[in-house]
Structures are given as structure tokens and as C-alpha cells.
Design a protein around this ligand. Sequence first.
Ligand code: ATP
Ligand code: MG
Ligand code: FE
Length: 328
Amino acid sequence: MKVLAIESSCDETAAAVVEDGRVPLSSIVSSQVDLHAKYGGVVPEVASRQHLLKIVPVIQEALAAANCTLDDIDAVAGTRGPGLAGSLLVGYNAARAIAFGRGLPFIGINHLEGHIYANWLVEGPEPEFPALCLVVSGGHTDLVFMRGHGQYERIGGTRDDAAGEAFDKAGRLLGLPFPGGPHIARAALEGGPSSLELPRAWLHGTFDFSFSGLKTAVLHTVREGRYPVPEIAWEFQESVVDVLAGKTARLARELGARNILVAGGVAANARLREELLRRSPVPVRIPPPKFCTDNAAMIGAVAGFRLELGERTPPDVDIFTTNDWAAV
Ligand code: ATP
Ligand code: MG
Ligand code: FE
């Protein structure tokens, strides 16, 4: 079964053709990052207008790259939420319109579930349940226990900033371009350990996270002016990675998870990957970097297994902007 999947929840216009929920035949991502960089963050109005300009060419490119026409497509999937309303509406309605026009099954997909299912897009055996998912993206940081396909229990998560948001805000304080994540990772390579020690918010006894204190510590360190940017970048990254990897490994042990599944843009971070692999008691699955950040192939992966179960999204179902794991 070939699914045409469309994603436009934030500032990436993306389309993909995915076979049987596991094989990405194509994955096209048109990023608006350059447009938003001068504002230091995503401007919703700019994002939705740009989606409108890009959505049709991106879908056409995804079909062509998969050597397909719409005649070869068996179902259409679109990201329903969470995300920016004006952005979501463009891709979701494009997906619904194609499905309606062609008489194809349609399904709306949760973007964060998509991030998790990027782990099904790699060759080899499927992830094993129960799995512990560490979702670390631009807007979310959650530890979610997954007993089976589509079954989620949120155990903990951030109380303030998301991990990606912390990287982006620290990047701004350090004078690095937007988005901060990849730029901090790059700067840290030139830094390495120094005498600088930034705090770790362990929030003992919980599986919650907090990154706002760390952000303030970065602000004070920058103002103090004693440490060069690469050394601050290094220590900031170590602080985030230490807590994320430490808590995830411990929870996997406590829950008897058979796999750890890492998901979201921050999963592209090489130090996070390294520390999770080093500390985890069980095999760790991390998608290749191109499937960690926003893409439509991950939406097609979720759609593959949900459509197989007979799930369809009725035409009157709207987008949503905030996530609820209990409702996925
Ligand atoms: P959400 O999925 O919560 O709606 P989003 O879709 O905007 O948010 P993603 O595309 O999953 O977020 O991830 C983007 C985030 O990942 C940004 O905050 C970015 O800084 C971060 N990121 C990307 N690459 C890296 C990296 N190598 N190291 C750390 N962070 C990174
Ligand atoms: Mg983005
Ligand atoms: Fe995302």
C-alpha cells in the first residue's frame, strides 16, 4: 500500500510517498528556516503563507521522486496537529482535498506520533514493545511508555522549555544563528570541556525535566564574559544531554522496556545519541538525522499501520494545536 503523506505543522512544507508504513519511496522537505532566521524564530503568518506557495510543488516533487502519479496512490495522510493552526490547515486541507477528489481513504495523523514512527522507516527488524519513547523536539519533551502500536502513556516531560526550544534560546543568547540546536552542536565541537559548570535540573523522584534555569545560567555566563562561546556551547549541551540520557536510561530499566525509541529534532544531536547508546540497558533506536527533524515520511509511517487497522478520519474532523498523549 502506497500512502501519500503531507506535513506542514510548523515551518517545513513536506510530502512523501511511503510503502506499507516502512519504506520511504520519497521524502521532500522544503524548509523555511532562512525566511524565519532574521526574526530569530518562526513567524506564524509568514509560515502559513509560505506553505501555500510550496505545498503543490512539494507534493508534485514527492510523487515524481517516488516514480508515481496519483493513480499509484492508495491513501492520503495529513498532519492534524499539534502545531501552528495556520500552518497545519494548509497541508491538512491539501491532503483532504486530494483524498476527496480521488476517492481515496484519508487519515489525519498526530505529528509527535509521527516523530516516534520515524523509527519504523529504517531497514531491519521493527522496534520491540514495550518501548520507552524519548520525544525531544522543538516544542515538546516527553517520556512516553508505548505498550503497543498507538498505545501511549506519558510518564514525564518538561515543566517549562522543550529541549529544542532550550537549544534555540541558548543559541540566541550565544549570538548563534537560528535554529540554535545544530549551531550549538557545531560550536561545541570546537569547545570541549573547560572549568565552566552549568547546572543540571535533576528534579529527583520524578521523570520531569526543566531547562529554564539552565537558560538563565547561560545568560549570566555570557554577561560575565569569562568563557568563549564554544566552551559555553559544550557545557550547555552536556547539561541537557546528561539529564535527558540519565533519566531515559533509568526509566527504561524501571519499566522493563525492550527498546528506547528516540524521536524529534533534538534526536539528531550526536552527543545525545552517543550518551543514550552508552547508558541504556536496552537497544536504542534513533532515526537517521533527516527523519529526526520534520518530514512527511514519518507521517506516512504512522498512516501505514493505522490504515491497515481500518482507521479513517471523517471529513468533519478538524486540526488541533496542543497535544494530549491520552487522546492519540
Ligand atoms: P514539534 O515537533 O514539537 O512540533 P518542531 O517540529 O518545530 O516541534 P522538530 O522539527 O522536531 O521540532 O525539531 C526542531 C528542533 O530540533 C529545533 O529546536 C532544533 O534546534 C533542534 N535540533 C535540530 N538539530 C539538532 C542538533 N543537532 N542538536 C540539538 N538540537 C537540534
Ligand atoms: Mg522546523
Ligand atoms: Fe516536529
